[in-house]
Design a protein around this ligand. Structure first.
Ligand code: FAD
Length: 287
């Protein structure tokens, strides 16, 4: 099923997972999916390392198994920064054969181990290409605080509108810790004429280093309340985990009260955390 169809029926709850590292056994992810399945997510998305091996088939295999063996809708991430048009065509063909209907189409980021290819400059170029070469449901990324490379949030939203006009059927946000950014972004997107569902991406903090790394990469603001939690509990993993879960639950409750169309939980492959959050908020997804 195309995930956009789910929004017509209910408020969406989805999970993001990432494939195990190249050296790690692939089975570990299936132990995680076994536990996530019990929470009945509307879909699970599987990331794709833009810097990874081009023949990296883990995302494809895991997304296909989630759909075929676990009977949960899946989304395959696809960053195009280092890919040629021919390589994307091959991947699209493999997605079709594997029964994958949903693609999170991304530009990806350059880094020392990534050689950018100029076939796709922006995610909107990839989205146009996918639309021309298959019948996929396409999801795009969006940034409540503005993308880190964008000079202003207004320019970023104008670029986002181009991405939606190119064919993005749905959007998922970057993580954020202050819901007010989301509400302002949602309003500005509406004014810009963006009408597709926008799902809020929520990442529970379970470890100070992990959040600091993420924040360096994406530039998310850390509210005072959030910083106090990180500073007070950084040496007490259990308390940090509980406080991180409580903070994420608080964000989700507020977002749902304000009518968000869906929550995308960055699980960090941690079913314990997903389970705790699900227990606290699952009734809010039933209208
Ligand atoms: P774009 O939409 O292309 O935007 C990138 C920048 O270019 C923005 O500043 C934008 O304003 C600007 N821009 C866009 N169009 C134009 C234009 N026409 N002219 C001038 N400027 C323009 N990365 C991975 O490698 N693998 C993953 O699995 C992955 N999953 C992600 C999931 C989510 C939900 C999110 C939010 C991000 C994910 N990322 C992933 C990270 C993503 O690749 C980076 O955030 C990347 O920097 C931007 O990708 P994008 O698709 O949003 O790019």
């Amino acid at each position: 099923m195309k995930t956009t169809e789910i929004f017509k029926m209910k408020r969406v709850l989805s999970f993001e997972i990432f494939p195990p590292k190249r050296t790690g056994p692939v089975q570990t992810i299936y132990n995680t999916v076994d536990e996530l399945k019990a929470l009945k997510p509307d879909f699970i998305s599987v990331t794709y390392g833009a810097g990874g091996n081009k023949n990296n088939t883990k995302t494809l295999t895991i997304a296909s198994d989630i759909k075929k063996n676990y009977h949960i809708e899946s989304v395959a991430h696809l960053p195009s920064i280092s890919l040629t048009k021919e390589e994307v065509l091959e991947l699209l063909e493999s997605f079709k054969v594997a029964g994958i209907e949903n693609i999170l189409a991304l530009r990806g980021d350059s880094s020392p181990n990534i050689t950018p290819n100029n076939d796709f400059h922006y995610a909107s170029d990839l989205i146009t290409f996918i639309k021309d070469n298959g019948d996929f449901n396409i999801i795009g990324a969006c940034y409540p605080e503005g993308h880190i490379q964008s000079p202003t949030i207004v320019e970023d939203i104008l670029h986002l509108k181009k991405k939606v006009d190119a064919g993005a059927d749905q959007l998922i946000t970057q993580l954020f810790f202050d819901n007010d950014y989301f509400y302002t972004f949602r309003e500005r997107s509406m004014i810009a004429g963006i009408k597709v569902p926008i799902q809020a991406g929520i990442m529970p903090v379970v470890n100070k280093k992990q959040i600091e790394r993420m924040v360096t990469l994406c530039g998310a603001s850390l509210p005072r309340k959030f910083l106090s939690i990180m500073n007070r509990y950084e040496h007490n993993p259990e308390a940090m985990r509980d406080a991180g879960v409580a903070y994420a639950v608080d964000q989700i409750v507020d977002l749902i009260a304000e009518g968000v169309e869906g929550i995308h939980l960055y699980t960090m492959n941690n079913p314990y955390i997903a389970n705790k959050i699900h227990k606290a908020v699952h009734s809010l997804f039933v209208e």
